[in-house]
Design a protein. Structure first.
Length: 170
């Protein structure tokens, strides 16, 4: 049976996918339009020879979270900054996770994106001598590597690789 979303006239949360490097400009647009929003920013340090530069960058490149009333949704497309916006289905889970993200960003601890990889996820090796090799994740809780299938022998070959070198495949 199809799940029907309740009719909701008030503001809804949207995940807004911006064009590349437009997150801050889009957040400025949301401020001008008086829409509640959140752009997760973290500090990044770059070294240029002997100089050190500290700047803020988006934790989730290309994404800003915005709370918008449905009748005003067209206002977020007034500048050419947005690719698409997707309504958040389960706002209670989203708001709890958004609170966690805000706490991490405010903590001052170093944070970086990490793919959410589960056992059996199909992945591709992103670097090193096995670059481009595809396989399945063995066990992310106790990572030993990926399993490369050899179907003709009905066998798998376990290759020990760090999870950081794996990219999930669609």
């Amino acid at each position: 049976m199809a799940q029907h979303l309740p009719d909701f006239d008030g503001p809804r949360w949207f995940v807004c996918h911006t064009k590349p490097r437009c997150e801050k400009k889009f957040a400025d647009l949301l401020v001008r339009e008086k829409f509640d929003h959140y752009l997760a920013l973290i500090e990044s340090v770059r070294r240029y020879g002997t100089q050190k530069k500290v700047f803020t960058k988006p934790l989730f490149p290309g994404y800003v979270f915005a709370q918008i009333t449905p009748e005003k949704k067209t206002r977020i497309y007034q500048q050419d900054l947005l690719v698409r916006s997707l309504m958040v289905e389960n706002e209670s889970i989203f708001l709890a996770q958004l609170g966690d993200v805000k706490a991490v960003c405010a903590s001052g601890y170093e944070a970086a994106l990490h793919p959410l990889i589960r056992k059996g996820t199909r992945v591709r090796v992103s670097g090193g001598p096995l670059h481009g090799l595809e396989g399945f994740v063995d066990d992310p809780a106790n990572p030993r590597g990926i399993v490369v299938s050899v179907d003709v022998l009905q066998q798998g070959l376990l290759v020990r690789l760090p999870l950081e070198s794996l990219q999930p495949l669609p």
